[in-house]
Design a protein around this ligand. Structure first.
Ligand SMILES: [Zn+2]
Ligand SMILES: [Zn+2]
Ligand SMILES: [Zn+2]
Ligand SMILES: [Zn+2]
Ligand SMILES: [Zn+2]
Ligand SMILES: [Zn+2]
Length: 356
């Protein structure tokens, strides 16, 4: 690549310096097929442009748009059915009383759980270690973004963003897979006080009913009505147990204080399933689930990346899921597209040792 082409490519991507190797990377140079920087070798996520919020919100809108969490998205005006994430930013204003003239201190959170009053939302934030609070411009906010990008890679959701799908069959397999996980596995955690499960469950049932009505799909309406009837019945049972005096975290099995916010997951059924905010993590990588987006599979919470990997192999070269039948598996279980099983530097197959 000549210098001007490199500069052009960098400015297109917002030439973020590498957050891992700091000054030794001159700026992001996308590798032609690895999701990594050709200059320093670190991943694309480590070079994320600092101002990617609009892009993130579009991506999240597409992910949540046709799932049971579509209430967290809004239609884009004139966007032909496109949806954008209604990310809940929170601005907290506190008066500073030490001076003669009162001044105000404002703190902006890039994200806060939806549907809470500010007091409960702040209680939730205070339960997180400071380094994980998504306060604008702090390491906590940067970590949130990195987690969003690494837990929910766009090439796990959209065949158009994949470079390695080799045939129409692979494209179809992926479309089917994404459709299924949106309908059956994907969810967004909800924050409330222990004992509010019944109310959250009721709200979810109403959302489903409304959505079905809006869609005007009669056959489905019947099916969902039956579902919400049985849900309604279950929720009154939950209401009955809501006077419980003890609650236990599904993650760490320790007690949960009654006046301290917890996270619920609709896919886990609300009843008895609740988590300390710091326990709402991927059971594979242990990272906090970015914006509470979870995948519920085999009674476990997973991030998107690790759910997808539990169903399809992932290529260690290009980081995309592998939908083709023949791929390379190493003794340690790692997998590659055949064409990506090669050395970074010289492109030689990893089976024949090279000097790199
Ligand atoms: Zn770099
Ligand atoms: Zn780097
Ligand atoms: Zn816990
Ligand atoms: Zn994970
Ligand atoms: Zn690959
Ligand atoms: Zn080599």
């Amino acid at each position: 690549m000549d210098a001007s082409a490199a500069v052009e490519k960098m400015s297109l991507r917002g030439a973020g310096a590498c957050l891992v190797c700091k000054s030794s990377c001159s700026g992001f140079q996308p590798h032609s097929w690895r999701k990594a920087c050709a200059a320093c070798g670190c991943s694309t996520v480590d070079h994320a442009a600092p101002d990617g919020d609009a892009e993130d919100d579009q991506r999240m809108g597409r992910l949540l748009g046709d799932s049971p969490c579509s209430h967290l998205t809004a239609k884009v005006k004139g966007g032909g059915g496109l949806r954008v994430y209604k990310r809940n930013r929170m601005i907290v204003t506190n008066p500073v009383v030490s001076r003669k003239d009162p001044t105000f201190n404002t703190t902006t959170y890039d994200w806060a759980p939806a549907g809470l009053n500010q007091k409960l939302a702040m209680q939730y934030m205070e339960l997180l270690p400071e380094s994980q609070r998504p306060v604008s411009g702090t390491p906590g906010a940067r970590q949130r973004r990195r987690h969003l990008l690494s837990q929910l890679p766009v090439y796990d959701q959209d065949p158009m963003k994949c470079q390695s799908l080799g045939s129409e069959d692979e494209v179809s397999a992926m479309i089917l897979f994404v459709k299924q996980f949106k309908l059956e596995v994907l969810g967004v955690g909800e924050v409330g006080l222990p004992g509010e499960a019944g109310a959250l469950k009721e709200a979810a049932a109403q959302r489903t009913a409304k959505e079905v009505k809006d869609r005007g799909d009669k056959a489905e309406a019947v099916q969902h009505q039956n579902q919400s009837v049985s849900r309604g019945a279950a929720s009154s049972a939950v209401n009955g147990t809501d006077d419980k005096t003890e609650y236990r975290c599904t993650g760490c099995h320790r007690d949960v204080s009654k006046d301290s916010p917890v996270v619920y997951a609709e896919r886990a059924g609300y009843h008895d399933a609740l988590w300390h905010p710091t326990c709402f993590v991927c059971s594979e990588c242990g990272h906090g689930l970015a914006d509470l987006v979870y995948f519920w599979s085999n009674q476990k919470l997973l991030c998107g990346r690790h759910y997808c990997e539990s169903v399809w192999p992932r290529c260690c070269g290009c980081d995309e899921l592998i939908f083709c039948k023949s791929f390379v598996t190493a003794e340690d279980g790692r997998t590659w597209h055949p064409q990506h099983y090669c050395c970074w530097k010289c492109g030689q197959s990893l089976d024949s040792p090279c000097q790199h």
